[in-house]
Ligand binder design. Structure first.
Ligand code: GLY
Length: 573
């Protein structure tokens, strides 16, 4: 299915599902409890996390249980065949787990190019050549090993039960299968499981996935090696090979998640920890937040052209710097340079308070921009958890596109990702999200492709929030807008999540506005300043939790897309 068709269909879907909230709409009341909270894309997954909290588990146990339940009920994004990132705050300790996929050992700079050096259409998107080495099996286990309190078996159990006993197919899963049907039916293995009788199971159908239940049973007993070694690793290699892939069992066995230091910055009186390389997410959120503080964002009227102008300019500069980024070992710069006070001072000082810059003129990266497409949807998924002690986890995980590369491995019970498209498979050309990326993010064996995922934790005076989202390049811009609304506008967490959003990513040089984000008068004023405004339904979906100094926990799920699910643990009496 072409990206254009997918985009058009998702626009239509989002238009139907996105509530037409007026600019200052009253949001739903917050979901509040004293025993912890979970927010994710799916009710059954949130319920799995809550079950674990009720059983005495902590935020890490609940995060792993929620993530594994998403593998079952949201197979288009929840995964064991992809990778992810988590930012954790346990007491005063802040940590960042990178379980991003890596390029297989056989991947080369020109793997996705033809003999003339031109990109081979679809090579980094459909089929197993597009798959990076999955990081989720070892990553989720590593998160539990370091912070979990309950047994490993206990946190895997809710997901195993869902796969074995079955779950009702959601409208979103049905719509996703329908949307991707042309690509999914290219692979016999995929069609057999997901298109019985040639079409997706109807919403409400009870679906059991015994092969995934068996994988989860073995994963509960033996940990990651149930997937990364032995018969399942062999099956992954053979299935990939049969369809032209280069992923091997040796790649799977060699994969290691990495605990890294998160990006740290302070903005508007809040301490923030977010994802560092191989994600650009934390650097983008930090760069824009600090620029906006310097540009006196706090003093600008809540609604109006000045805010839209300033945030577009801050993002334009932050995303221009993204061009430098890549795997931590090849990146041309990192948080140290791009979040340096002197650099952000310079960036903020270059903003004309009255007039839009042109992206081509934003230094230092002078090159002829190529007309980049508006970003695609991104089919990542995010969850946030907080426990009764106020420990927090923000975890984002992805197959990249919807159902990843579309190849389902029956012996394992999951899809393989198409994360290789997050590399600059042809530097200077737009990827699935319309992002133009540089040589620092070239395909290299064993390297991790640049991400935009932005799992983030922010805290101040005994209060804390954990959040992040799905939505490709729109993740960092959505995450920042939720933080700004929550920090500065007196919005509750749910209201901050609900607010209509804007998005700018340097290239294409456009300010994307969700329906209702700009009134007609404000839009005219923003355009008069030189911004090319394009109204587009935003696909970024942010799920957040909050810890209050009163000892209460709150959860907020994004009403966009499938609506998400927020839940809390509270005593009955
Ligand atoms: N695959 C989307 C991202 O990592 O940004």
């Amino acid at each position: 299915m072409s990206t254009a068709r997918r985009l058009a269909a998702l626009l239509l879907l989002a238009a139907v599902l996105t509530p037409a909230a007026p600019l200052d709409a009253a949001s739903r009341p917050p979901v509040t409890g004293t025993g912890g909270a979970v927010a994710s894309d799916e009710k059954l997954a949130t319920d799995a996390g809550l079950e674990i909290l009720r059983a005495g588990g902590n935020a890490a146990d609940a995060a792993v249980a929620t993530a594994l339940a998403l593998v079952v009920v949201e197979p288009e994004a929840g995964n064991l065949g992809g990778g992810g990132l988590a930012v954790v705050k346990f007491g005063d300790e802040v940590a960042y787990l990178d379980f991003r996929e890596t390029a297989p050992a056989a991947a080369r700079r020109d793997t996705y190019l033809d003999k003339g050096g031109e990109p081979v259409p679809g090579a980094s998107l459909v089929g197993p050549l597009a798959a990076g080495v999955p990081g989720s099996p070892a990553g989720l286990h590593a998160l539990h090993q370091r912070y979990g309190k309950l047994s490993w078996r206990a946190v895997v159990e809710p997901a195993r039960r869902l796969a074995a006993d079955g779950f009702r197919v959601s409208r979103r899963l049905h719509a996703g299968l329908e949307e991707e049907i042309d690509v999914l039916r290219r692979f016999e293995e995929t069609a057999k499981r997901w298109l019985p009788g040639g079409k997706p199971p109807a919403p409400g159908t009870l679906l059991k996935i015994p092969e995934l239940a068996a994988t989860l049973e073995d994963y509960a007993r033996r940990g990651p090696r149930a997937i990364t070694a032995g018969k399942r690793a062999k099956a992954i290699e053979e299935t990939a090979k049969r369809h032209g892939g280069i992923l091997t069992a040796a790649d799977l066995g060699a994969y290691e998640p990495v605990w890294r230091t998160p990006v740290r910055f302070e903005a508007f009186g809040w301490q923030v920890a977010s994802a560092d390389l191989p994600s650009s997410g934390g650097i983008l959120v930090g760069s824009a937040a600090v620029q906006l503080e310097r540009l006196a964002w706090r003093d600008t009227p809540r609604f109006g052209a000045q805010r839209a102008h300033l945030i577009a300019e801050a993002w334009r500069r932050a995303f221009a710097d993204r061009y430098l980024l890549g795997d931590p070992t090849t990146s041309a710069a990192g948080a140290r340079e791009l979040l340096a006070a002197s650099w952000l001072e310079k960036r903020a000082a270059s903003v004309d308070p009255a007039k839009a810059s042109r992206s081509n003129d934003v230094e230092p990266w002078q090159f002829t921009p190529i007309a980049a497409a508006a970003g695609g949807s991104g089919d990542t998924t995010h969850l946030s958890t907080v426990d009764a002690e106020g420990n927090l986890v923000a975890l984002t995980t992805t197959l990249n596109g919807l159902f990843g590369c579309a190849l389902y491995v029956p012996e394992a019970g999951f899809f393989l990702n198409n994360e290789m498209d997050d590399f600059a498979t042809a530097p200077g050309r737009p990827n699935l999200y319309g992002l133009i990326q540089g040589e620092a993010n070239e395909v290299r064996a064993g390297k991790r492709m640049l991400s935009s995922m932005s799992p983030t934790v922010a805290w101040r005076d005994g209060e804390a929030v954990a959040l992040g989202g799905r939505g490709g390049s729109k993740i960092p811009t959505a995450t920042l807008q939720v933080l700004l609304a929550f920090w500065l506008d007196g919005d509750g967490l749910q209201a901050a999540v609900d607010r209509p959003r804007l998005h700018h990513q340097w290239l294409p040089d456009k300010l994307f506005a969700e329906p209702d984000a700009l009134s007609p008068e404000t839009r005219a004023e923003v355009e008069a300043r030189g911004h090319a405004v394009e109204m587009a339904a935003s696909y970024a979906q942010v799920h957040a939790v909050r810890w209050k100094s009163s000892g209460e926990a709150e959860a907020a799920a994004d009403p966009r897309g499938g609506g998400g699910a927020a839940g809390v643990v509270r005593p009955l009496f």
